[in-house]
Every structure is written in structure tokens, then in C-alpha cells.
Design a protein around this ligand. Structure first.
Ligand code: GRF
Length: 223
């Protein structure tokens, strides 16, 4: 984070973009000292691109074409990030896996949000897996991205109770409402210099963050 002034964000999406919109709202409302420079989708025509346009954000589609397209995609992404002069890459429902080389060259400059209480339930279909396992708590985790999928150090988690009559839809809606609160918050900490990446780990308020912070959410509290 070398540039003075607001933290410059590039937000990568693959679909709906509700986290992107929540972050953009927090920037526009002055809640966090950051600015969305560019929204990049690896899929054409997704709802998140319409939302970005409606919010007046610059957006680009960089299609990921099939299984062996990572190298070409990452070159195009690198050029787009340079154009955007982005300090921070924010993965927000971005459904592709970036290479070890790409991620390690940007250590501490890529964040992700994952819909589970990591290290539980890495990967897909987290809400379904929580219900099938009969777990009583669920949530989302904001973490720095490392080469290990969903394995980078977690900064902040939201925790919600799983209710007896929850379905995948009700549970995911409740968790996603908390994502819209915790993701902008972590970006704000980075923008304010409270959160930093040093010695290959996160530091908060001048101390290494040994365990994630956890915020409990009431079942009725949404975004
Ligand atoms: C979120 O649930 C996030 O945790 C996961 O993908 C979903 C993206 O939703 N990584 P949206 O595109 O931000 O609405």
C-alpha cells in the first residue's frame, strides 16, 4: 500500500457481485478510505457487471477460456491491474484459482471472502455441507490469499447460528448479509494502516494476528 490517499481496489467477480456492491457502497459513503478503481469479471454478462455499471464503476470482462487458460488470463489481468493502479485485489465471488506465481508475487495484496468458518469447509457448497453435517454454527471468513486454496491467514470471521428449519437458501442469505459487513470492514482496516502484511503474516494494530477475530451476528441482523 504505497500510494498516498485512498486505497485503490480492483474487485474480481464471477457472478452476482453483492459483495462488490457492498464494498463500493462503503467506499462511496466514506465509511472506508478506499476507492473501487475497476471491477473485473471473468464471465461475460453476469449480474455483477450490470450492478457495477449502474453504480458508475469502471468494469471490464476478461473471459477465462477453458481449462488451460490461466497463463493468458493472468497476463491480461496483470495489464488491467496496472491500468487500474490497484493497491489491493479483492476477490468477491471470483470462481477461478489463480496460480502460485501470481499470488506469491502479490503476497498481502489479495483478499478473499469464503462462506464458511475456515478452516472448516474449504471449497464449494459450504452451506449444504454445514447443514448435512448438522453443525450449529456457520459463517464467513475474510482472509489473505496464499497459494493454498482457501488456506491463507484469516483476519475476521462472522458467525451465525444454524437454525433448525434452515435451508441452503435461508442459511446462505443470512451468511451473505454478514459478508457485506465484514468484508468492507477489513478493507477499511487495511486502508487505515491498522492491518498490514509483514513477515508473511497479518498484523493488526501493531501485533501479529495469531487467531482470527470473530464477530457474532444475531439471527435477525442483516446488511
Ligand atoms: C459469497 O458468498 C462469497 O462468500 C463467495 O461467493 C459468494 C459471492 O457472492 N466467495 P456475490 O457474488 O458477492 O454476491
Amino acid at each position: 500500500m504505497t500510494t498516498p490517499g485512498p486505497l485503490q481496489l480492483a474487485i474480481l467477480i464471477s457472478g452476482r457481485g453483492s459483495n462488490m456492491a457492498a464494498i463500493a457502497r462503503a467506499c462511496a459513503g466514506g465509511e472506508i478510505d478506499a476507492r473501487v478503481r475497476m471491477v473485473i469479471s471473468e464471465r461475460p454478462g453476469v449480474a455483477g457487471l450490470d450492478t457495477a455499471r449502474a453504480m458508475g464503476l469502471e468494469s471490464r470482462t476478461l473471459p477465462w477460456r477453458g481449462l488451460n487458460d490461466r497463463l493468458r488470463f493472468e497476463r491480461a489481468l496483470d495489464a488491467a491491474l496496472a491500468d487500474a493502479r490497484a493497491d489491493l485485489i479483492v476477490l468477491a465471488g471470483f470462481m477461478r484459482i489463480l496460480s502460485r506465481e501470481f499470488v506469491e508475487a502479490r503476497a498481502g495484496r489479495i483478499l478473499n471472502i469464503h462462506p464458511s468458518l475456515l478452516p472448516l469447509h474449504r471449497g464449494l457448497h459450504t452451506h449444504r455441507r454445514v447443514l448435512e453435517a448438522g453443525e450449529r454454527a456457520h459463517g464467513a471468513s475474510v482472509h489473505f490469499v496464499t497459494a493454498e486454496l482457501d488456506g491463507g491467514p484469516v483476519i475476521l470471521q462472522s458467525r451465525v447460528a444454524v437454525l433448525p428449519d434452515d435451508t441452503e437458501a435461508t442459511l446462505s442469505a443470512r451468511v451473505q448479509a454478514t459478508e457485506h459487513i465484514i468484508y468492507p470492514r477489513v478493507i477499511g482496516w487495511l486502508a487505515d494502516g491498522r492491518l498490514a502484511w509483514r513477515e508473511q503474516r497479518p498484523w493488526l494494530d501493531g501485533r501479529p494476528l495469531e487467531v482470527p477475530l470473530v464477530e457474532e451476528f444475531d439471527v435477525n441482523r442483516g446488511s
